[in-house]
Design a protein around this ligand. Sequence first.
Ligand code: NZQ
Ligand code: ZN
Length: 476
Amino acid sequence: MPAAVPVIMAGTAALTAAAAEQPFVLWAEQGRLRVSYICFLSDTGRVAAFFDVRSVTAGKLFRSWTQAYKHREWSMDNFEFYRPTAYYFGTGRENETGKIVANLGRSRILVIYGGGSCVRSGLLGRVEQSLKDAGLTCMSLGGVRPNPRADLVYHLIDECRRFKADFVLAVGGGSVIDTAKAVALGAVDDGDFFDFWTSKREPKATLGTGVILTIPAAGSEGSSSAVIQKEEDGSFIKCGLTSPLNIPVFAILNPELTRTLPPYQTACGAVDMMAHVMERYFTNTPEVSITDRLCEAVMCSIVETAPRVLRDPNNYEARANLMWAGTLAHNDTCGVGREQDWATHALEHQLSALYDVAHGAGLAVMFPAWMEYTMAHNPMRFAQFASRVFGVAMDFEDPRRTARAGISALRAFFKSMGMPLNFEQIGARAEDIPQLLRMLSRAKKNVGRFVHLTPEDCEAIYKIAATTRGWCASST
Ligand code: NZQ
Ligand code: ZN
């Protein structure tokens, strides 16, 4: 096929092209042409867009055509990628904390931790000793709860100033790290730190944060986000702030520190990691095969290693792979150059705020529901997910069937780890959907980019999550 000549494929040929992502297969298939699917190939011969003729409009086809061939807008997005976190990975690395912080030129360290797991395991004591051995002064304050609250952040900002801390160290998981990020921003700002979360102001400076990670899950150790919830007018707003200032200076990842995790938290963490990759994977940006493949590799590793950690908690190798997968899932290695969705996180944050459920458990309920609702937007992308991540055989006659089997496989994976699949299993109620929607509208203005969701769409997705029964409901 000559280069630089756009081609429209139709029928089974289009399906084959989209599945194989290379054009030559489809010429052999043309004899079986049936006009059900239309596929545009770019001039490099890759699948640039894929449409089901039952749902595509002439306008959409025309817009896609002009984007692709007239304006050449279909390609990897321009991006800047700056992730200055230094990672220290492996056994015993937490004993280097003092040396690492001292090398940064900091001397007064506020150490923040959660409900006490790191005290019971002896980790906190080792970290404090390491800081003291390096000649640093530290003060440790705990009490961060999962789904961290703004109230504690205000209190810790006061303590941080009183102590004259020049660095904030988080010992824990996403909730502790996000609290530390908020304290580090708030301590050098004269106003209300939560203004940054409600987009009233932009943060200008931070004390800086370091992390000793104890649970592979939220990916906050390498992310530019921090999620905090605040009670206002009798209800919670849970939302995230994304800023380069939130990126930790360093993160210490010792897989052995995760051995004390309850299996439920391990499973919640695995779901959250999958969700972070899927929020990036379901994109409208074509021609991003490098990040597609990175996403698929990370997802395959999570599907393989999380059950191994649950079966064999002393398996260091499985814990190490899962831990690094959690970081790669969310430090944007897999997300650069492509439009990202993030609707499911916004939908879930309202659930964890209202019912105080673990974020990962809420995602296990919401992600398959979102997939069912949005699948028609691009069945081929869902079929690709099914086939490459869960090994579902490609059904060329009906890619929707493949896509639905992928959603079922995802639900089955979540269920196999003891995760909930519907509202009832997390103590949520369908009657609360109007309240969830009100909370969502306060927390986030635009929901979703793969598919932009209206409030009615969000309501429909919550209803799917409320009514799903059993993991194979979507495959029928
Ligand atoms: O508080 P302790 O006693 O440490 O117990 C914690 C907590 O109960 C426990 N735990 C952690 N490490 C342990 C351990 N128990 C025994 N042994 C260990 N080694 O696990 C429980 C959950 O901790 P949490 O920090 O809440 O978990 P996770 O890392 O899943 O964080 C969830 C929070 O992160 C936010 C979520 O919304 C939620 O608020 N997220 C933050 C993101 C970010 N900053 O980039 C992105 C995520 O999408 C997410 O939204
Ligand atoms: Zn998450």
